[in-house]
Design a protein around this ligand. Structure first.
Ligand SMILES: Nc1ncnc2c1ncn2[C@@H]1O[C@H](COP(=O)(O)OP(=O)(O)OP(=O)(O)O)[C@@H](O)[C@H]1O
Ligand SMILES: [Mg+2]
Length: 259
C-alpha cells in the first residue's frame, strides 16, 4: 500500500503528520521523504545511536541506481533506521537535486508502489503539476492532503481538489483523495465546515478527520524537544486516522479508471 501525504500550500503539517502516521502504522512501513523543496527528515531525525543520518543515502542513491537500471534490487539498501526503529528513505537537500533526478521519478514511483512486504508512506510536500514527484502522488493508493482550518488554506485546498478532479477525468491512474485538518482539539466545527464545502462543490475527496494541534508533541517530532509523546494528543489523533486512511486506500479500485 502506498500512502502519499501532501499539501496545497503553506506548511500545514505534512511532514509531522506523515512521520507520526508512519510511527503508529500497524504494519511494516517505510517513510519516504520526497519533498521537492528539500527533505526535513534527514535534517531532523537521528539514527538509533543518535548520530546524523547520511544525506547521500536515500533518494539520491536510489535515483542513481534507477538511472543505471539497478532498482530491481529494491529500496532496502537505501533505507536508514531512525530513533524509534522506523526505516526512512532520506530526501534531497536542495530543490536542485530534486530537479536533477526528475527523469527517474516515473520509474521510482512504480518501484515505491510495489515494494514487497511493506507499506510505504511518502511525504510529497506541495502537490502541483510542476512537482517532480507528482508521479508518486498519482500512483499512490491514497493521497492525503493536509490543511489548516483557515480561509486561505481551505481556498488553496479547494483549488488543488478541483485540479485533482480534472486529472481524474483525464488521467488513467489517480489515487483516492483524502483530507485531514490540523486543528485545535476543541475545534469541533471546522471539519464539518470542510465537509460541507467539499459536498457543495462536489469535490471527490473524503474528509478523514482531524490531527490535533499539539505544539509540544510536534516539537518532539521535529527533534526540538525531548519527552515521551505516545500518549500525546498528536499521536492519539493520528492513530485514529490510520483506519480511515487504510480504508480509503483499500477503496482505490473503485475510483481507478481503466488504463
Ligand atoms: N499537529 C501539529 N500541532 C502543532 N504544530 C504542528 C503540528 N504539525 C506541524 N506543526 C508545526 O508546524 C510547522 C510546520 O510543520 P511541518 O514541517 O510538518 O509542515 P509541512 O507541511 O511539512 O511544511 P513544509 O511545506 O515546509 O514541508 C512546524 O513548526 C511543526 O512543528
Ligand atoms: Mg514538510
Amino acid at each position: 500500500m502506498l500512502v502519499a501525504f501532501g499539501s496545497a500550500k503553506g506548511a500545514p503539517g505534512v511532514t509531522t503528520t506523515a512521520r507520526v502516521m508512519a510511527s503508529v502504522w500497524p504494519a511494516e512501513v517505510v517513510l519516504v521523504d520526497a519533498d521537492p523543496a528539500g527533505g526535513d527528515v534527514s535534517l531532523l531525525a537521528r539514527t538509533p545511536d543518535r548520530t546524523a543520518l547520511d544525506p547521500e543515502r536515500g533518494l539520491l542513491s536510489l535515483a542513481a541506481d534507477a538511472r543505471r537500471g539497478l532498482v530491481q534490487g529494491g529500496v532496502g539498501e537505501h533505507l536508514q533506521q531512525i530513533e524509534g526503529g522506523l526505516d526512512v528513505l532520506c530526501g534531497v537537500s536542495t530543490p536542485e537535486q530534486m530537479t536533477g533526478i526528475a527523469s527517474v521519478w516515473p520509474a521510482l514511483a512504480g518501484e515505491l508502489a510495489t515494494v514487497r512486504g511493506t507499506d510505504v508512506i511518502v511525504d510529497c510536500g506541495r502537490v502541483a503539476a510542476s512537482s517532480p514527484v507528482l508521479p508518486v502522488a498519482l500512483s499512490a493508493d491514497v493521497l492525503v492532503l493536509v490543511a489548516r482550518p483557515r480561509l486561505e488554506s481551505f481556498a488553496h485546498l479547494r483549488e488543488r481538489l478541483r485540479w485533482l478532479a480534472h486529472l481524474q477525468d483525464t488521467t488513467a491512474r489517480v489515487p483516492a483523495v483524502g483530507v485531514v485538518l490540523v486543528a485545535d482539539d476543541r475545534d469541533k466545527r471546522s471539519l464539518s465546515d470542510l465537509g460541507q464545502l467539499l459536498a457543495h462543490e462536489r469535490l471527490p475527496a473524503t474528509v478523514l478527520g482531524q490531527v490535533a494541534l499539539d505544539e509540544k508533541a510536534a516539537d518532539v517530532v521535529a527533534g526540538r524537544l525531548e519527552r515521551p509523546i505516545v500518549r500525546s494528543l498528536l499521536v492519539r489523533s493520528v492513530r485514529q486516522l490510520v483506519e480511515p486512511v487504510a480504508a480509503l486506500a483499500a477503496s482505490r479500485g473503485a475510483v481507478r479508471r481503466p488504463a
